[in-house]
Design a protein around this ligand. Structure first.
Ligand SMILES: Cc1ncc(COP(=O)(O)O)c(C=O)c1O
Length: 352
């Protein structure tokens, strides 16, 4: 069966160098917020052509601290797309604020600008735009601060100064996958980054002086060491993902594909079908593993649905129809051929 993702194949070419870096970290004895982390932040900012970045312990943490740095707190509302990974919304809840769900576009799955206006109130403090599946979303025209959730879209953005900040995740399956959890905030706003930097360490401004209530969001030195080795390979990995997706789309152009984009980095390669169970079962027969990202919109999630203000039918339609295909840089040519042939078959059979 061709797997949706296989982390055991991730970057074997980096292992020897990485072990040497780990040895150096241990020899230095600085295992948190040391030279590897500092160098990674510098290299990430250079890669993004941004003045700075702050590494944190996860993508969810990057979102949470960015919103906190924008002043979001209890009683405030933050607009988020109704179709996304749950951490987009839980980051808002972690601050005592309320995520307010806006519907998404039926072709791109990204937040619909008209829906943003429809759910805005005088308590709205920010909008989170999610570049879902690796496709760069259009930012809505608004005077509210925008935070970009680019957890799935590293390499897709043309600029990092079009919003208040961009949040990345280095969860192992992400386009720049870590060896554990990690995340980063990239921004052109040096003051915002400085606030995030302090919020990362319990809101501490000088040794044991805490000006804000926060917690621990540090990235480890060995995580930063790994990410430094991976960052120069990101473009190549993204190109490989794009080649896989292009091949699938060419093999079955009649499928209802997630809208493409010239900068789409194909974190997930997704199509829609109204008969998902049968389609996935047939693909499995043909040797193709699939996933579902995500089976429920936020308006349907048990822990979040009570927050729904307006129906979000497009988000719920995505949730009931989306299928994710195998798409990762280390796929073999045979695996890609198997998936491409299976897609042509299911389309010819009228399944999708
Ligand atoms: C769109 C989106 N936002 C936020 C996150 C949270 O990232 P992390 O798992 O690193 O906390 C993820 C990944 O799970 C994600 O896919």
């Amino acid at each position: 069966m061709v797997p949706v993702v296989d982390l055991s194949r991730h970057a074997p070419e980096l292992v020897a160098q990485y072990l040497e870096r780990v040895r150096q970290v241990l020899a230095r004895g600085t295992v948190l917020l040391g030279p590897e982390t500092e160098a990674f932040e510098h290299e990430l900012a250079t890669w993004a052509d941004a003045p700075g970045s702050v590494s944190v312990s996860s993508g969810a943490g990057a979102l949470q601290l960015t919103l906190a740095a924008l002043g979001v707190g209890p009683g405030d509302e933050v607009i988020v797309p109704a179709f996304t990974a749950v951490p987009t919304a839980s980051a808002v809840c972690a601050l005592g604020a309320t995520p307010v769900f806006a519907d998404v576009d039926p072709t791109t799955a990204s937040i619909d600008a008209n829906s943003v206006d429809a759910v805005r109130t005088d308590r709205t403090k920010a909008v989170v735009v999610v570049h879902l599946y690796g496709r760069p979303a259009e930012l809505p025209g608004t005077d509210l601060p925008i935070v970009e959730d680019a957890a799935q879209a590293m390499g897709a953005l043309e600029r990092h100064d079009a919003s208040a900040a961009v949040a990345y995740s280095f969860y192992p399956t992400k386009n720049l996958g870590g060896i554990g959890d990690g995340g980063a905030v990239v921004s052109a706003d040096a003051d915002l980054l400085e606030r995030v930097r302090r919020l990362r360490v319990h809101g501490m401004t000088q040794q044991y002086v805490h000006e804000w209530v926060s917690q621990n969001f540090r990235m480890s030195e060995i995580e930063a060491a790994w990410l430094r080795l991976g960052l120069p390979l990101l473009d190549r990995w993204n190109e490989a993902r794009r080649d896989v997706s292009t091949r699938y789309r060419a093999a079955a152009p009649g499928l209802r594909w997630h809208a493409d984009h010239e900068r789409h980095v194909q974190h997930l390669c997704v199509f829609r079908t109204s008969d998902r169970d049968r389609t996935r079962a047939r693909l499995a027969d043909l040797g193709v593993g699939t996933g579902v990202h995500y089976p429920l919109a936020l308006t349907q999630q048990p822990a979040y649905r009570h927050l729904t203000r307006r129906p979000c039918p497009e988000a719920e339609a995505w949730a009931s129809e989306c299928v994710s295909l195998p798409c990762f840089p280390q796929m073999t040519a045979d695996e890609v051929d198997t998936v491409a042939a299976a897609l042509a078959t299911i389309h010819a059979e009228g399944l999708a």
